[in-house]
Design a protein around this ligand. Structure first.
Ligand SMILES: NC(=O)C1=CN([C@@H]2O[C@H](COP(=O)(O)OP(=O)(O)OC[C@H]3O[C@@H](n4cnc5c(N)ncnc54)[C@H](OP(=O)(O)O)[C@@H]3O)[C@@H](O)[C@H]2O)C=CC1
Ligand SMILES: O=C(O)CCC(=O)C(=O)O
Ligand SMILES: [Mg+2]
Length: 418
C-alpha cells in the first residue's frame, strides 16, 4: 500500500521521498521533508524551473544542514503532459496538488484568439485557488523606470476565479452567440448583430473571500492600508459591487481595526491612528497612474481578476521588469506558486532569461512552509548577485557595467552569495 493513503494517481508513481503537509485544528503542520509537486512549464519553464530548484535546495541545505529538505516530485501540465499523456492537465496533477496542498509551476502557454482555454486559469478554477497573490518590491541595483523605485512595496491580491477572465464567451457568428444576443436584446440591451459576447460574473462569494484575505494579510503584517481597485463607475453591478462588498467585509468583519479614508480625514484629521488600517478605493485607471506617481501611499491592493492581471505586470515593470515578479495562487488550504510572467517563447531553451521571478515565487513558498531562514538566504543571495552586477540579459541591457550571465549562471551566482 502507498504511504499516501487517499492519494489517487492513474499515470504517475507516488513520490518516493517526503511527507504530506497536514492541517490540525486549522494549523498547518509542515514535515521536515515536505513533498513539493512541481510543473516544469512550457517555453522558458525548461530554463527557469531547474534554476529555481537549484537555488531553493542550496538555501535549505545551508539553513538547516540537512535536517530539512524539499522532496521535489514532478507532475505534469502543458506541452509535456500533452506529449506524455495526451491531455493538457491530467487528473493526477489536480489530485496531487489537492493532496499535498502545495506546489510550484513554471508558466504555461495559452494560444491567443482560438485554441484551448488557459491551463493556468484551469488550475485556479478547478482547485478554487481564489486569490492570486503578487508582491512587488524593488531590488537595489535593478535599473527601473521609476525615479524612486524604493518606494514600491506593494502586494496585489487579485481575485482568481471569475470576472471576464473566467472565459465565458461566445464566438461571433455562431448560433450560440446569436442566441445570447437575442436573449440580451430581450433584456433591453443594444448589441450589434456582428458581435462576439463575453460575460463578466463577479460574485459576493468571490469578492468577499478575496478582500477578507487581503485585509487579514494587512492585519498580520501590520500594513497601513488596503486599497480596493475597481472600475465601478462604468461597470456598476460587477466592479462597483466588488467595491461595495469589499467595504462590507472591512466594516462587518474587521470593524475594530479598519477605518475608511473618509473617516481618516473627518474623524482623525488625516493622522492615521496606531494599529488602524485605512481601507480606501481607487478607480482602476487612476490607480495605474498612482502606482507610478505616488507608490509610497499604497501597500495592499485588492482587485478583481482582470484589473489585477494588468496591474501586476505594470507594477512589476515599474521596478525593473517581469524577471523578478513572483506570485502564488492560493486558497485557505492549497498554495500553488508561479511567476507573474509567461512562457516568453522566443527565449525558450536558450538558458538566457531571468529565473528571478520563479526563484522569488520559491521564496514565497519557503515562507509559506515557515522556513524563513532559507527564504532569507535566497533573498540575500539574489540581492548580492544583483549588487555585484551579475545579472541576466533583461537587467544587463539596462545597466551599464553589468556582467550579463545565463539563467543557470545567475542561479549559481545567487547560491554563491547566500
Ligand atoms: N501564469 C502563466 O503561466 C502565464 C502564462 N502566460 C502565457 O505565456 C505566453 C507568452 O505570453 P507573453 O504575452 O509573451 O508574456 P511573457 O510574460 O511570456 O513575456 C513577455 C516579455 O516579458 C519579458 N519576460 C518575461 N519573462 C521573463 C523572464 N523570466 N526574464 C526576463 N524577461 C522576461 C520578455 O521581454 P523582452 O522581450 O523585452 O526581453 C518577454 O518577451 C502566452 O501563451 C501567455 O498566455 C502569460 C502570463 C502568465
Ligand atoms: O493563463 C494565461 O495564459 C495568462 C495568465 C496571466 O497573464 C496571469 O495569470 O497573469
Ligand atoms: Mg498576466
Amino acid at each position: 500500500m502507498s504511504r499516501f493513503e487517499g492519494l489517487q494517481l492513474k499515470d504517475i508513481a507516488a513520490p518516493e521521498r517526503g511527507e504530506r503537509i497536514e492541517y490540525r485544528n486549522g494549523k498547518q503542520i509542515v514535515p521536515d521533508e515536505p513533498v513539493i509537486p512541481y510543473v516544469e512549464g512550457d517555453g522558458i519553464g525548461l530554463d527557469i524551473t531547474p534554476a529555481m530548484k537549484t537555488v531553493l535546495d542550496a538555501a535549505v541545505a545551508r539553513a538547516y544542514g540537512g535536517k530539512k529538505r524539499l522532496a521535489w516530485w514532478e507532475i505534469f501540465a502543458g506541452e509535456k503532459a500533452m506529449n506524455k499523456f495526451g491531455t493538457a492537465i491530467p487528473d493526477d496533477s489536480f489530485n496531487a496538488l489537492r493532496y499535498f496542498r502545495i506546489g510550484i509551476k513554471g508558466p504555461l502557454t495559452t494560444p491567443v484568439g482560438g485554441g484551448f482555454r488557459s491551463l493556468n486559469v484551469a488550475f485556479r478554477q478547478v482547485l478554487d485557488l481564489y486569490a492570486c497573490v503578487r508582491p512587488v518590491r524593488w531590488f537595489e541595483g535593478v535599473p527601473a523606470p521609476l525615479k524612486r523605485p524604493q518606494d514600491v512595496d506593494m502586494i496585489i491580491f487579485r481575485e482568481n476565479t471569475e470576472d471576464l477572465y473566467a472565459g465565458i464567451e461566445w464566438e461571433q457568428g455562431t448560433p450560440e452567440c446569436a442566441k445570447v444576443i437575442e436573449f440580451l436584446r430581450g433584456m433591453g440591451a443594444k448589441v450589434r448583430d456582428d458581435s462576439g459576447i463575453g460575460i463578466k460574473p463577479i460574485s459576493v462569494t468571490g469578492s468577499k473571500r478575496l478582500v477578507r484575505m487581503a485585509i487579514q494579510y494587512a492585519v498580520d503584517h501590520k500594513k497601513k492600508s488596503v486599497t480596493l481597485v475597481h472600475k465601478g463607475n462604468i461597470m456598476k453591478f460587477t466592479e462597483g459591487a466588488f467595491l461595495k462588498w469589499g467595504y462590507e467585509v472591512a466594516k462587518e468583519e474587521f470593524g475594530s481595526v479598519c477605518i475608511t479614508e473618509k473617516e481618516l480625514f473627518d474623524i482623525y484629521n488625516g493622522v492615521q491612528p496606531e494599529g488602524k488600517i485605512v481601507v480606501k478605493d481607487r478607480i482602476a485607471d487612476a490607480m495605474f497612474q498612482q502606482i507610478l506617481l505616488r507608490p509610497a501611499e499604497y501597500d495592499v491592493l485588492a482587485t478583481a481578476n482582470l484589473n489585477g492581471d494588468y496591474i501586476s505586470d505594470a507594477l512589476a515593470a515599474s521596478v525593473g521588469g517581469l524577471g523578478l515578479a513572483p506570485g502564488a495562487n492560493m486558497n485557505d488550504e492549497v498554495a500553488f506558486f508561479e511567476a507573474t510572467h509567461g512562457t516568453a517563447p522566443k527565449y525558450a531553451g536558450q538558458d538566457k532569461v531571468n529565473p528571478g521571478s520563479l526563484i522569488l515565487s520559491g521564496v514565497l513558498m519557503l515562507e509559506h512552509l515557515g522556513w524563513q531562514e532559507a527564504a532569507d538566504l535566497v533573498v540575500k543571495g539574489m540581492e548580492g548577485a544583483i549588487r555585484d552586477g551579475i545579472v541576466t540579459y533583461d537587467l544587463a541591457r539596462q545597466r551599464e557595467g553589468a556582467t550579463e550571465v545565463s539563467c543557470s549562471k545567475f542561479a549559481q551566482a545567487i547560491c554563491e552569495r547566500m
